[in-house]
Design a protein around this ligand. Structure first.
Ligand code: ATP
Length: 293
């Protein structure tokens, strides 16, 4: 199991900087203060300043939650463990509980560590009658491990849970994720930043004003949607070629991307998050979130 964890779950060098994440200034600031600095200077962050051991990132899909997790690990010079909660219940059927225990044990050996758990809701949902005995055990083990990490002040272990369905977390899980940060859809500034970042290495003749226009029209798109938008637009210059040309053309002769290409891709790539879903996140944030967004 230890080998499996080291091979499949541990990522020793997620090399990311805060600048790789577009927008989300509030979340970035809150995380730097709550986890990155304390992991770098545990001697200052003691007593009341002791950082939370559990952080929950919630919000619509494709908004950069995983990126933030990687960036925390990279910036706090920690080992990064990334696991999807559903794989505990599906991929390692029967072994999920042991897997959780082994994961925390390996993470302790490689301190400081960040354990990123995607889809944490599927692990920590409210108990129901139909719940499987094995998932119940995984859940209990996980809560025990979270508590262990929270009690020990020596250990430099941070657990980041990410979820698109925070409403499904039960009280026990909520309580353990002391800091709960809403990672919203990118705002205008975030979209503009992301668009430019994605187009940085592409051949294009899109002006600043045109970028502004695209960022304005793409209101409601998630970061992942914006990425799809750019990928779709980048295919337009190829689509305008005939088959023979595709076979022979030199890469450097493929025409530059234009704003028209984006116009077309905007009709093909639609936002993946509905306004109704957004409302649910906002309401949950108002009740349980760590505020600020
Ligand atoms: N704020 C952002 N800055 C830069 N890239 C972003 C941002 N948000 C999303 N992306 C892009 O979208 C992709 C998906 O983001 P990521 O996997 O971090 O989302 P997520 O919130 O974890 O989604 P899910 O909930 O579906 O796991 C990233 O690989 C990245 O390319």
């Amino acid at each position: 199991m230890v080998e499996l964890i080291m091979a499949e779950i541990m990522d020793q060098s997620p090399n990311l900087t805060w600048d790789d994440i577009a927008g989300l200034d509030f979340a970035k600031m809150a995380i730097k203060e709550a986890v990155v600095w304390p992991m770098l200077r545990p001697d200052i962050f003691t007593g009341l300043r002791r950082p939370p051991k559990g952080i929950l990132l919630f919000g619509p899909p494709g908004t950069g939650k995983t990126l933030i997790g990687k960036c925390v690990a990279s910036q706090s010079k920690s080992t990064f463990f990334s696991i999807s909660a559903s794989s505990l219940t599906s991929k390692w059927i029967g072994d999920g509980e042991k897997m959780v225990r082994a994961l925390f044990a390996v993470a302790r050996v490689h301190q400081p560590s960040v354990i990123f758990i995607d889809e944490v809701d599927s692990l920590l949902t409210q108990r129901s009658e139909s719940e499987h005995e094995s998932s119940r055990r995984i859940k209990t083990e996980f809560l025990v491990q979270l508590d262990g990490a929270a009690i020990s002040s020596e250990e430099r272990l941070l657990i980041i849970g990410a979820t698109n369905r925070p409403q499904e977390l039960d009280e026990a899980a909520r309580r353990r994720f002391v800091k709960r940060l809403y990672i919203p859809l990118p705002d205008y500034q975030g979209r503009l930043e992301l668009l430019k970042k994605l187009m940085l290495n592409e051949k294009h003749i899109i002006t600043e004003d045109q970028f502004v226009k695209i960022a304005q029209i793409s209101d409601g798109y998630s970061g992942a949607d914006i990425k799809n938008l750019c990928s779709e637009a980048s295919l337009e210059p190829i689509r305008s070629l005939n088959f023979n040309d595709i076979q022979t053309i030199q890469a450097s002769n493929v025409r530059s991307l234009t704003v028209d290409d984006f116009q077309k891709s905007l009709t093909r790539v639609r936002p993946s998050v509905s306004p109704n879903d957004l409302l649910q996140y906002i309401q949950w944030d108002q009740i349980y979130g760590s505020g600020g967004s």
